[in-house]
Design a protein around this ligand. Structure first.
Ligand SMILES: [Zn+2]
Length: 307
């Protein structure tokens, strides 16, 4: 048994204006932390994989071709770029293509080995014909559609535990009965308009660790039993943390570990492969964020009995 991780240095290769709120360095720092703390390259049970950029033609099957042409050709109206929240650059496009490829590769690894973790991903605010909230291409929806092309995968569940509701994923997949969207989020936070997912668990601001875990534990097994997915794509966003700068929950670090462990152990026990992505997390102190994202790796190693 081994744990399969997906990473590319391009994830943190994006020049942003000083004071930009997006923690672009957290991907590299998480990778370096895992290398240091777990000896990633020489660890006998950790395998590192490097993704390829996804084909633009494949993205155009999910998103509106005009949006993708405008995005990749830098001809989108300024208001649309402002909604995305990044200045346009060739780096941004390259990073987006590779990150989308990374979530796809994580699905392939989950299919082959039962569990894969992407050290990026979770761009759930990307809609059919526009991007928003730092999200350009919806890698979760793209990877879910990809999963359905695999032999024996007829139903996929996207479990999105980022503190922000998965609005782009919900609208992109609203008419696809083969993909169940399940979002656990804060009821009063971005995005202002929250289109229906198949399952929405909206919790109030200041939700505590115990309240969060009780509510999630009350729904997760039922959701899995009812829909019986052949694969789960899990967004393990850490912006539910009490010190997150864009979240309003009061969940502690151990609570994040317990949440991740809950998802991974339920799926492991039920024989459902899981492709997990690290998702959101916003703190100006990036090393603190790394510690929170590492909880996903630690919970996965514990579920697989690797430490
Ligand atoms: Zn978020």
């Amino acid at each position: 048994m081994a744990l399969h991780l997906v990473y590319h240095p391009i994830y943190s290769q994006l020049e942003l204006p000083p004071e930009h709120r997006y923690p672009i360095n957290k991907y590299r720092m998480l990778y370096e932390y895992l290398e240091q703390a777990l000896k990633l390259h020489s660890h006998p049970q950790l395998r590192l994989h490097c993704p390829q950029p996804v084909d633009i033609a494949e993205i155009k099957q999910l998103h509106h071709p005009d949006y993708i042409d405008g995005l990749f050709g830098n001809t989108l109206p300024a208001a649309q770029m402002r909604r995305i929240g990044f200045p346009w650059s060739a780096q941004l496009i390259a990073r987006t293509l590779t990150s989308s490829g990374g979530t796809k590769l994580t699905v392939d690894l989950a299919y082959q080995y039962g569990l894969g973790i992407h050290l990026s991903g979770g761009y759930h605010h990307a809609h059919h014909d526009f991007g928003s909230g730092f999200c350009l291409v919806n890698d979760l929806a793209l990877a879910a559609r990809h999963a359905l092309t695999l032999d024996g995968i007829d139903k996929v569940m996207i479990i999105d535990c980022d503190v922000h509701q998965g609005d782009g994923t919900a609208t992109l997949l609203a008419d696809d009965p083969r993909i169940i969207t399940f979002s656990v989020h804060c009821d009063k936070n971005f995005p202002a308009r929250k289109p229906d997912s198949d399952i929405d668990l909206a919790l109030p601001r200041e939700t505590t660790t115990r309240e969060y875990l009780d509510a999630f534990r009350g729904i997760l097994p039922l959701a899995l039993a009812q829909h019986q997915p052949d694969m789960v794509i899990y967004d393990a966003g850490v912006d539910i943390h009490q010190h997150d700068e864009l979240g309003y929950f009061n969940v502690c670090t151990q609570g994040i570990y317990q949440r991740d462990h809950l998802v991974l152990s339920h799926c492991h026990d039920a024989g459902i492969p899981v492709a997990a992505v690290v998702g959101g997390g916003y703190r100006s102190e990036h090393q603190q964020l790394v510690n929170l994202h590492a909880q996903l790796i630690y919970s996965a190693m514990d579920v697989l009995a690797l430490r």
